[in-house]
Design a protein around this ligand. Structure first.
Ligand code: HEM
Length: 425
C-alpha cells in the first residue's frame, strides 16, 4: 500500500531539485521551494527562538497527568481535537527548524500544558525522513485487514492539538496556517515559510457531544445516539486499565528517547444496523464480549478486559466475538500496548472516528489491530467472518491511515536534521 507515497515520487524529485538551492543557501535567506505545483523564492524570517516555560515534560505525549479524573478514577480526555497535516517546503533546513520551534514555544508560553490550556504533539512520517535521506524510524502504513483498503497519507508532519475549548483550536489553526493574529501572542505564528498546510481533521469526545452532532450521514434518523454517551457508538472508551501507560509506550533510548510512535487512521462509521433492530445485549456482546452482561457494563469502572481468556468459548459457544475481548488478546503483562487518543468526527458530513494511538513501536499497533480483526475465528466457527458477528468490524471502515514518529519535546522540530541544534542554540 505505498501508492500514495509513490505518487509523490515525481513531486519529491522535483522539490529536491528545486530545493538543492535551499541547502546551498542554508543560514541564509532566500530559499527555492515547492509551493503546490509551482515554486517560488521566499524569505524565511529570522525569528528569535524565545523562552520555554520551565517544567514542561520531556515527552510530548505526557498528557495523562494533566487530565481530570472522573468519579471512578478514569482520566477525562480533552473535549476537542484537531489534526493538522503539513508538507515541508522544499528540503528541510535549520532555518525552518528555528521557525517551527519558535512558533511552538509561543504556544507553550501562551497556554498552560493541559486540557484547560493546550496539549499538542508534533510527529513526522517516513516521507519526511526520505527528504533527509536517512532511514525512517517508522514504516509506511499499510492496510491491515482484507475488508478495508485505506489510502495511505504521505504528509511530512502531523500536528495534533487538543483542549476543552473548540474555538481556541480554531484560533490556533488560523494563526499557524493563515497567520491570523492570536490573542495574547505578539507577532506572527505562521508556519508558511517552512511548511505548507495540506489538511485539517477535527473532532470531539465527551458526554453529550456525539448526540449533539448526530445529524450526519452514517447515523440513522431518530436521534439514536444516547444523550450522555461520550462516543457515537454509545459506550465509554479509554478506561484507565484499557490503556497502556505513558511509561510503557515511551521509547527508552536512542535518537528518539522520550518519544513514541503515533498511528492515525480516519474511519467512517456506518451505524444503521448498530442502531437498527439490535438489542442492548447484542451491542454489548459485539463491543465487549458475549460473556459480558448489560448490567456489568453499567458498573464498569477502570477496566473492561472483557474476558480475552474466554474468546474460544465466545467463538464456539456463542458465535460472537467482542471488540474489547479480541483487542485484549494483544495485552502484554495484562495491559494493552497502545494508548488510544481517538475522537469522533463529522468531517465531510459523515460520522467518523479519527483513531489516534501512541505506542512504543508501530508493530504494537499492528499486533493490536490484527488481534481486533480476529480473522482466524471463521476457521473454528463459520458463522463468524471478518465482519459478521465479529466485534465492531462491520461498522467501521478505515479510509486513511499513516504512521509517524513523535520525538521528545526537545527534538520535535525537524528531528535528525543536521545543524538543527546549532540553529536552536
Ligand atoms: C468506532 C471505533 C471504536 C470504538 C467505539 C471502540 C470502543 C471501545 C470500547 C468501548 C472498549 C472497551 C473499554 C475501554 O476502551 O476502556 C475498547 C477497547 C479497546 N479498543 Fe476499541 N473502539 C474502537 C476502535 C478501535 C480500534 C480501531 C482499535 C485499534 C486496534 C481499538 C483498540 C482497542 C483496544 C486495544 C482496547 C482495549 C483492549 C484491552 O482492554 O486490552 N479500538 N474499544
Amino acid at each position: 500500500m505505498t501508492d500514495a507515497l509513490d505518487s509523490r515520487e515525481h513531486p519529491l524529485t522535483r522539490r529536491r531539485f528545486l530545493a538543492g538551492a535551499t541547502v546551498l543557501a542554508a543560514s541564509g535567506i532566500a530559499f527555492g521551494i515547492r509551493t503546490g505545483r509551482a515554486s517560488a523564492a521566499i524569505d524565511v524570517p529570522s525569528v528569535p527562538l524565545g523562552t520555554q516555560p520551565v517544567g514542561l515534560p520531556a515527552r510530548q505525549h505526557a498528557w495523562v497527568p494533566t487530565l481530570a479524573l472522573n468519579s471512578v478514577g478514569d482520566p477525562v480526555a480533552p473535549k476537542y481535537d484537531r489534526l493538522l497535516f503539513f508538507d515541508v517546503n522544499g528540503l528541510p533546513n535549520p532555518a525552518y527548524a528555528q521557525l517551527l520551534e519558535a512558533r511552538l514555544r509561543s504556544l507553550e508560553r501562551r497556554y498552560d500544558w493541559g486540557p484547560n490550556g493546550l496539549l499538542f504533539t508534533v510527529s513526522w512520517s517516513s516521507a519526511y525522513f526520505k527528504l533527509l535521506r536517512v532511514p525512517s524510524p517508522v514504516p509506511v502504513a499499510t492496510g491491515l485487514s482484507d475488508f478495508e483498503h485505506p489510502s495511505i497519507d504521505s504528509y511530512d508532519m502531523c500536528l495534533h492539538l487538543a483542549c476543552d475549548d473548540e474555538q481556541r483550536l480554531a484560533d490556533i489553526e488560523a494563526a499557524l496556517v493563515h497567520g491570523t493574529p492570536l490573542n495574547g501572542v505578539v507577532g506572527s505564528l505562521a508556519l508558511a515559510p517552512a511548511l505548507t498546510w495540506r489538511e485539517t481533521r477535527t473532532g470531539f469526545t465527551g458526554t453529550g457531544l456525539p448526540a449533539a452532532h448526530q445529524h450526519v450521514r452514517g447515523i440513522p434518523a431518530g436521534d439514536p445516539v444516547p444523550k450522555n454517551s461520550p462516543l457515537f457508538m454509545g459506550f465509554k472508551s479509554g478506561l484507565k486499565k484499557n490503556q497502556a501507560t505513558e511509561d510503557d509506550v515511551t521509547i527508552p533510548s536512542g535518537p528518539f528517547a522520550h518519544g513514541t510512535t503515533m498511528q492515525v487512521s480516519y474511519m467512517l462509521l456506518n451505524l444503521d444496523d448498530w442502531y437498527g433492530d439490535m438489542s442492548d445485549s447484542q451491542r454489548v456482546a459485539l463491543m465487549y464480549s458475549p460473556q459480558t452482561t448489560v448490567e456489568a457494563v453499567a458498573k464498569l469502572t477502570t477496566d473492561a478486559a472483557s474476558e480475552p481468556g474466554r474468546i474460544v468459548e465466545a467463538i464456539t459457544k456463542f458465535g460472537v466475538i467482542g471488540h474489547a475481548q479480541a483487542s485484549a488478546t494483544a495485552r502484554q503483562h495484562n495491559r494493552p500496548v497502545i494508548i488510544r487518543r481517538d475522537f469522533d468526527t463529522v468531517d465531510g458530513g459523515h460520522a467518523g472516528l479519527h483513531f489516534v494511538s501512541v505506542q512504543r513501536s508501530i508493530q504494537d499497533f499492528v499486533a493490536t489491530r490484527n488481534a481486533m480483526n480476529a480473522s482466524g475465528a471463521h476457521l473454528i466457527n463459520k458463522t463468524i467472518t471478518t465482519t459478521a458477528n465479529n466485534g465492531i468490524n462491520a461498522f467501521i471502515a478505515v479510509k486513511r491511515r499513516a504512521n509517524y514518529i513523535m520525538p521528545s519535546r526537545a527534538d520535535r522540530s525537524f528531528p535528525l536534521l543536521p545543524g538543527r541544534l546549532t540553529a536552536l542554540g
